[in-house]
Write a protein that binds this ligand. Structure first.
Ligand SMILES: Cc1cc2nc3c(=O)[nH]c(=O)nc-3n(C[C@H](O)[C@H](O)[C@H](O)COP(=O)(O)O)c2cc1C
Length: 196
């Protein structure tokens, strides 16, 4: 993960790592958009969760982790949080972010609560968090996830309460948007500025 650009960016505190855990592609799409959208004087390594063992956290000034929500939990976050002790004190001062993608529209009231429950008080103050609306893709889901979704749909139907949610999970859809990454791009620029 080394290049001349990486070496130059490292000197200026602009070396960014994005790690993503993506099952059906929504989180991957956002991670790629984020890399494309970053300022040209930043160097960015994009690493999928499957290749996480190759990561050397000491090389980076800013670290961003992305994962999809799965029954309220962020995929891969447990592993990511276990890596915090490998990150420098400087990195921990406002240079770590996590984004979660999900099927919920960003304006749904549950978004903040669902994000929040994935972090302790201390982690919540240390890590900047973002929510990015993803969608659902039944075509790319594994068997276990398809089964979980069918149980969830049956529970909603049985409860006869949340018709909005019933409607949301009844089919595949994609609510990703490039505009949604603007706050993370701005956060990365500010974090890079602070590390100079
Ligand atoms: C079994 C299962 C559980 C899910 N749980 C949630 C959830 O709690 N909240 C949510 O907003 N989306 C939930 N989703 C939707 C995914 O988070 C959404 O599709 C996400 O963007 C997937 O990202 P990925 O394809 O990059 O892994 C769930 C999807 C599945 C298949």
């Amino acid at each position: 993960m080394n290049s001349q650009k990486t070496a130059d960016a490292k000197k200026t505190g602009n070396n960014i790592l994005i790690v993503y855990y993506s099952k059906t592609g929504f989180t991957k799409k956002y991670a790629e958009w984020l890399r494309e959208g970053l300022s040209k004087d930043m160097s960015c390594d994009l690493v999928s969760y499957k290749k996480r063992k190759k990561i050397s956290f000491g090389e980076y000034d800013i670290v961003v982790f992305g994962g999809g929500f799965h029954a309220g939990q962020i995929n891969g976050l447990k592993w990511f949080k276990a890596q915090l002790n490998k990150m420098s004190g400087q990195l921990k001062q406002g240079r770590i972010a996590v984004f979660a993608t999900g099927a919920m529209p960003a304006e749904m009231p549950d978004v903040e609560k669902t994000l929040r429950q994935n972090f302790t008080e201390q982690e919540w103050t240390q890590i900047k968090t973002f929510y990015l609306p993803g969608g659902l893709c039944y075509e790319k889901m594994g068997v276990g996830d398809k089964l979980m979704m069918s149980i969830f749909r049956a529970m909603l139907k049985e409860a006869k309460v949340d018709s909005q949610m019933q409607q949301i999970v009844s089919h595949s859809f994609d609510i990703t948007s490039k505009e949604a990454i603007i706050p993370i791009m701005e956060w990365c620029s500010n974090a890079a500025f602070q590390s100079m």
